[in-house]
Ligand binder design. Structure first.
Ligand code: AMP
Length: 374
C-alpha cells in the first residue's frame, strides 16, 4: 500500500518523497489511518519499525484541521524517556512540518540543561516533546499549559516505566483535559503497561508488529569467541579488516567504554564515547559527528545507546554481551533500520557462552558462532 492511499496531504507526501520514505512500514500502514480518525492507539513496536513517523504524520495532518493557539498552550504532548529521544522526535516533527500550509511549532524540553531558554521558547508551541521531570518543573513554573492538549503520545512507554517515571506521568496526566486522543507506543507489553493502557486508552486500536517483521530479519548476526584480554586487538582487527567506516560499539560500563576508546585512539582509529558521565553538550556533539559520518567508531553504554537513531548504520558490535536479552535486541536494532540491512557482531568470551545461549533462545533466533585465531 503506498503512502498516498493513507489519507495524507500532498505537502506531507512530497516531504516523504524528499526523505526517501518510499513505502509505509507495517506499523505506519495501520497506525496512520487509526490516528487520523482520532482513535486511541496502542502500538507494540520497537525503534527501527518506523514508529515515530507512524504518529508524527497523522498528528500533523490532524493539526492542520485545528485552530492553533498562539500562546503557551500546546496542542500535542509527546512524553519520552530520554533527551536523546526527545531531540529525535522533535527533528521528525520539524522535517515533516516544513511544507505544511499552517506552520506548526515543535519544541523539545528535557532536564540536564538550563531551564530558562526552554521557558522562553515555549511561547507559541504546538507540539511539545518532553521528558517527564522537566515538564513538571515547567508546569510548576507556569511556563506551559496543558489544558488545550488534543493528543497525548507516550513513546517508549515501557522504558519510561522501567526508568521509574510512573509517578511523574500520573502527575502530568492530572494537568490534561479528559477528552483527548491517547497514543501509546512500547517495545513490549508488560503488566505495568497493561495497567497504564487501561487508565489511558479508550477502546484503542491495538497494533502489534511481530518481532521478526521488525528489523531482526534485516540484521546479519554473527558471534566470535574471544577471550576478554583479546577483545581489544580483535575489535581493531575487525574494524580494519572489514573496512568499517561507521560502527557503534556497546560495552557494559562507563570505565570499559572509556578504555576501549583510549585503545582505539592510540591505534589511530578515530573513536569517541557517549555515556552518562559526559555532558549533554558533549554527547550531542559526538552524536552529530557520528551521524554525519565524520566519526568512525562510537562506543556507548546501553542507556545512552537506546536513543541513538541513525539511518543505515551498517555495523553494531557488542564488545560484551548485555545482561538482558531485551537489551541485546535493542542494541542490534540500531542496525538494519527500516529498509537497510546491517551486521551485528558479538565478541563472546568463553564464560559468556552460556548467557549467549539464553539470549538466542529469548530472541528466537540462532546466531552463527565462529572461532577466532587470536
Ligand atoms: P523509528 O522506528 O521511528 O525510530 O524509525 C526508524 C528509522 O527508519 C528512522 O531513521 C526513519 O527515518 C526511518 N523510516 C521510518 N519510516 C520509514 C519508511 N517508511 N521508509 C524509509 N525509512 C523510514
Amino acid at each position: 500500500m503506498p503512502f498516498s492511499s493513507l489519507g495524507l496531504s500532498p505537502a506531507l507526501l512530497s516531504t516523504l518523497v524528499e526523505q526517501n520514505y518510499t513505502k509505509p512500514t507495517p506499523i505506519q500502514e495501520t497506525s496512520i489511518p487509526a490516528i487520523l480518525s482520532k482513535k486511541d492507539v496502542l502500538g507494540i513496536a520497537k525503534t527501527g519499525s518506523g514508529k515515530t513517523a507512524a504518529y508524527v504524520l497523522p498528528i500533523l495532518m490532524n493539526l492542520q484541521q485545528s485552530v492553533l493557539v498562539k500562546n503557551r498552550q500546546a496542542n500535542v504532548l509527546v512524553l519520552v524517556p530520554t533527551r536523546e529521544l526527545a531531540e529525535q522526535v522533535k527533528d521528525i516533527f520539524k522535517i515533516f512540518s516544513k511544507a505544511l500550509p499552517q506552520p506548526v511549532k515543535t519544541l523539545a524540553v528535557y532536564g540536564g540543561v538550563s531551564i530558562n531558554p526552554q521557558m522562553m521558547a515555549l511561547q507559541g508551541v504546538n507540539v511539545l516533546v518532553a521528558t517527564p521531570g522537566r515538564l513538571l518543573e515547567l508546569l510548576d513554573a507556569n511556563s506551559v499549559q496543558l489544558s488545550a492538549i488534543e493528543t497525548l503520545v507516550l513513546d517508549e512507554a515501557d522504558k519510561m516505566l522501567n526508568l521509574g517515571f510512573k509517578e511523574e506521568m500520573n502527575k502530568i496526566l492530572a494537568f490534561l483535559p479528559e477528552k483527548r486522543q491517547n497514543i501509546l507506543f512500547s517495545a513490549t507489553l508488560s503488566t505495568d503497561l497493561e495497567n497504564i493502557n487501561q487508565i489511558l486508552l479508550h477502546y484503542p486500536v491495538v497494533i502489534k508488529i511481530a518481532d521478526d517483521e521488525l528489523s531482526l530479519d534485516l540484521i546479519n548476526q554473527v558471534a566470535y569467541i574471544v577471550s576478554p584480554e583479546k577483545k581489544g586487538p580483535f575489535l581493531r582487527h575487525l574494524i580494519s579488516q572489514q573496512k568499517m567506516k561507521q560502527v557503534l560499539v556497546f560495552a557494559s560500563s562507563v570505565q570499559q567504554v572509556d578504555a576501549i576508546v583510549n585503545k582505539l585512539c592510540k591505534n589511530k582509529i578515530d573513536a569517541k564515547s557517549i555515556h552518562s558521565k559526559k555532558s549533554h553538550g558533549n554527547r550531542t556533539d559526538t552524536l552529530t559527528l557520528f551521524k554525519a559520518g565524520k566519526l568512525r567508531v562510537l562506543v556507548a553504554t546501553d542507556l545512552m545507546g537506546r536513543g541513538i537513531d541513525i539511518n543505515f548504520l551498517p555495523f553494531v558490535i557488542n564488545y560484551e554481551l548485555p545482561r538482558s536479552p531485551k537489551d541485546y535486541v535493542h542494541r542490534i536494532g540500531r542496525t538494519g533500520r527500516a529498509d537497510a540491512p546491517g551486521e551485528a557482531i558479538s565478541l563472546v568470551s568463553p564464560d559468556e557462552l552460556h548467557h549467549f545461549e539464553v539470549i538466542q533462545k529469548k530472541m528466537g533466533k540462532k546466531v552463527e558462532i565462529r572461532e577466532t585465531e587470536l
